[in-house]
Design a protein around this ligand. Structure first.
Ligand code: 1SD
Ligand code: ZN
Length: 267
């Protein structure tokens, strides 16, 4: 079955608020991260942002029809500090990318796009019972955003990019055969921007504390090409046509206004 939203003209970001009213709100994501409007808030370092994924198991690689996603099992919280007042737990990570390396990221930096952006999605497991309950609460989710830049191959990500042909079609999934460490997706320099925002896909709930790293990590053009070969329809079905012709590319939402929100950085 085709999803009722996507990234083409007829079902793309400009149409989402017809079916998902939150998409028209004033706390939406992504945004342009403009260094000249960021407020320097040294108190973000009073209790530094920290993560520990040592007990996390990355279980399944899935083609959602909108991208690839890795499902994670984790018994305890693994992210806290920085802008967060509670402890959060990793549930999944996924990626957004373009049709070529000129486009792809959701957040922009001084209006510049990166070729891709990874999202590590966490839920507030100290305050809420489940991801589902947390997903629509104002302090329910925390997402770490990481920009990908074209350069050297990312050796850990290769464990996923090599598997893309096995999840070519929507709903294809695969247990991950080798241990994957999500911490390798985070740049060595931990500087970040943070602001209150939303899911960047329907239902666009305004529930996310965004933490986007200033430094990017490198991936090879071949690794991005492997992502671009994924298809948005199920195996055996006819490609849906439309301008993307069933290819999962351009799966990013363009930036929305910051409005009267604060964009903060520690230094
Ligand atoms: O796009 C993802 C979506 O796939 C889903 O994972 C959601 C969390 O339920 O998060 C959004 S995003 O805001 O992390 N892009
Ligand atoms: Zn995302």
């Amino acid at each position: 079955m085709q999803s009722d939203w996507g990234y083409e003209l007829h079902n793309g970001p400009a149409t989402w608020s017809d079916k998902f009213p939150a998409a028209a709100g004033s706390r939406q994501s992504p945004i342009n991260l403009d260094p000249s409007v960021a407020i320097v808030d040294p108190t973000l370092n009073d209790n530094p942002l920290k993560w520990d994924y040592s007990s996390v198991k990355c279980t399944t690689l899935l083609n959602t029809g909108h991208g690839w996603k890795v499902q994670v099992s984790s018994a305890s919280p693994n992210l806290d500090g920085g802008p967060l007042s509670n402890k959060y737990q990793l549930i999944q990570f996924h990626c957004h990318w373009g049709k070529n390396s000129e486009t792809g990221s959701e957040h922009t930096v001084a209006e510049e796009m990166f070729p891709a952006e990874i999202h590590l999605v966490h839920w507030n497991s100290e305050k809420y019972e489940s991801f589902e309950k947390a997903a629509s609460e104002e302090d329910g989710l925390a997402v770490l955003g990481i920009f990908l830049q074209v350069g050297d191959e990312h050796p850990e990500l290769r464990k996923l990019s090599d598997l893309m042909p096995s999840v070519r079609y929507k709903d294809d999934k695969l247990p991950l055969p080798r241990r994957f460490d999500p911490a390798t997706l985070i740049p060595n320099n931990k500087a970040y921007w943070t602001y209150p925002g939303s899911l960047t896909t329907p239902p666009c709930y305004e529930s996310v504390t965004w933490i986007v790293f200033k430094n990017s990590v490198q991936v090879s053009e071949d690794q991005l090409e492997a992502f671009r070969k994924l298809q948005s329809y199920c195996e055996g079905q006819k490609p849906p046509g439309g301008e993307l012709n069933g290819c999962i590319v351009e799966n990013y939402r363009p930036p929305l206004p910051l409005g009267n929100r604060e964009l903060r950085t520690a230094s």
